[in-house]
Ligand binder design. Structure first.
Ligand SMILES: Nc1nc2c(ncn2[C@@H]2O[C@H](COP(=O)(O)OP(=O)(O)O)[C@@H](O)[C@H]2O)c(=O)[nH]1
Ligand SMILES: [Mg+2]
Length: 319
């Protein structure tokens, strides 16, 4: 099917077209044409980021939240990004199987994406997939990403609500605690509360909460869950809705949307510059010569990088 037909079908709410278009975008095939033609038709989707170390229960939580959204007749798009399995061509099997039970429901669109082979990280592809799901008309778009603070998953920062999941026994939790998490999470979920050690995490978070209370007028709530048994999910759902209301009431939502567009533009610039430059350098072995001259101490990496960028800009200007 041609791109024009697919975008036309997407505008009519066709899931198959959405899936096809995301594949095109993932392979950076006609990305510009697709995005240009659909961008103005984005609907009012609410972006929910769910992040945390591998195995903390993000997919399980997403799965249960989907039920809550669906019971309100809301449509949901899920983008699961999994940089931990770069060779499997996408997300871990567990996600697929667990989320599969929703696959016959027309109000749910689920897509997993790997991070392999993307110049300039994951941001452009993820942004584009979000655009497709927004045009499709999803009321909620959930983005599941692994880890915090890696550049390729920074996209989650631009979600309207970021849910950071912690759990006892994952070493990362302690690391995350140190890394200024109050700025990352809008809501903290301590999952696997059927296990020992949860109280310790909750107490740690409460201390951080008190510290941050002095600085801002929003204090990220803590929700304790046992996601596998559907416990605490109702509370999490209400907490998300409360944060959503907070964003709208304080006009923060619009600001966030604009920040997201800013990020989108910058990531496209990065991608274009990087792919242009890389192509040119590789086409005439130029990079090898430059490596050689740095190796021989004739010059240094910064000077070379600047030279390449300036040449590139000059060429683009001429064209
Ligand atoms: N004990 C316990 N296990 C859970 C809970 N929630 C999820 N799990 C299990 O933790 C494992 C990893 O969950 P998953 O949702 O795939 O984690 P993700 O990698 O963060 O997406 C799975 O085996 C889940 O069944 C919970 O509340 N308690
Ligand atoms: Mg997962």
């Amino acid at each position: 099917m041609r791109i024009e037909e697919l975008t036309e079908k997407l505008l009519q709410g066709d899931f198959y077209a959405a899936a096809k278009l995301i594949t095109f975008l993932e392979n950076n095939n006609h990305s510009e044409q697709i995005i240009k033609s659909i961008y103005p038709y984005r609907k009012k989707s609410y972006l929910l980021g769910i992040t945390g170390a591998p195995g903390v229960g993000k997919s399980t939580i997403t799965d249960k939240l989907i039920d809550r959204f669906r019971s309100q007749n809301k449509t949901v798009g899920v983008i699961a990004i999994d940089p931990t399995s770069p060779f499997s061509g996408g997300a871990i099997l567990g996600d697929r199987i667990r989320l599969q039970r929703h696959s016959t429901d027309n109000g749910i669109f689920i897509r997993s994406m790997g991070t392999r082979g993307h110049l300039g990280g994951l941001a452009p592809t993820t942004n584009n997939a979000i655009t497709v799901l927004s045009v499709l008309g999803c009321d909620y778009i959930v983005i599941e990403t692994v880890g915090v603070g890696q550049s390729e998953v920074e996209i989650v920062k631009y979600a309207d609500t970021v849910v950071l999941v912690l759990t006892p026994g994952s070493g990362d939790s302690i690391q995350i605690m140190k890394a200024g998490i109050m700025e990352i999470g809008d809501i903290f979920v301590v999952n696997k509360c059927d296990r020992q050690g949860c109280k310790r995490i909750v107490t740690g978070l409460e201390i951080l909460q008190q510290l941050s209370e002095k600085k801002t007028n929003y204090v990220p709530p803590i929700v304790e869950t046992i996601a596998k048994d559907n416990k605490g999910i109702d509370e999490l759902y209400c907490t998300i809705e409360n944060h959503k209301k907070f964003l709208y009431d304080n006009h923060i939502h619009t600001r966030k949307q604009k920040e997201r567009i800013e990020n989108e533009i910058i990531s496209i610039i990065q991608e274009i510059l990087l792919s242009n430059t890389k192509e040119k350098l590789q086409s005439n072995n130029e990079l090898l010569k430059m490596v050689e001259s740095v190796y021989k101490k004739d010059t240094d990496p910064y000077s070379i990088a600047n030279e390449i960028i300036n040449n590139n800009l000059a060429i683009n200007k001429r064209n």
